[in-house]
Design a protein around this ligand. Structure first.
Ligand code: FES
Ligand code: FES
Length: 159
């Protein structure tokens, strides 16, 4: 029986191959094997959103996917989105509006907010709250996060 597999994938635009244990989650692979520690591990069972990453353009829970399932996939993490500048305005807004304190939820929150704004250019505050409801934040009370996302939606729409 094989317990590890060779996979080929793209991570933040960089093609690579890796030898991964069959049971290793995507978020553990990113953090432990690639030192991409921006994706966090909270609940480890799909509830908190701390491990949020994108696979083939879709936001997923990195704790619920196995690394071997990413063979042939394109994976993007908070590091990649930061480097390309894709979410620079969201990052600025989070900082300016105090939408983060400890920062543990922030990478997942930013990816989830970006997903929302890609699909809805003028989300209501209720829609923002609903969309981020799968991302837990223990610090901020969410209000400032909703403020930041709303501000970026308005800025992107040129308002
Ligand atoms: Fe993945 Fe909580 S660590 S959802
Ligand atoms: Fe601490 Fe959200 S800023 S959990």
């Amino acid at each position: 029986m094989r317990h590890a597999y060779d996979i080929s994938l793209t991570v933040n635009g960089e093609a690579m191959t890796a030898h991964v244990e069959a049971r290793k989650s995507l978020v553990d692979f990113l953090r432990e094997d690639l030192s991409l520690t921006g994706s966090h591990v909270g609940c480890e069972h799909g509830v908190c959103g701390a491990c949020t990453v994108r696979v083939n353009g879709e936001v997923v829970r990195g704790c619920l996917m196995l690394a071997v399932q990413c063979d042939g996939a394109s994976v993007e993490t908070i590091e990649g989105l930061s480097d390309t500048g894709e979410i620079a305005d969201l990052q600025d807004a989070f900082e300016k509006r105090n939408a983060l304190q400890c920062g543990y939820c922030t990478p997942g929150m930013l990816l989830t907010a970006q997903e929302l704004l890609a699909n809805d250019t003028a989300p209501s505050r209720d829609h923002i709250r609903e969309h981020i409801s799968g991302n837990y934040c223990r610090c901020t009370g969410y209000h400032a996060i909703v403020d930041a996302v709303e501000a970026v939606a308005q800025a992107r729409a040129g308002k």
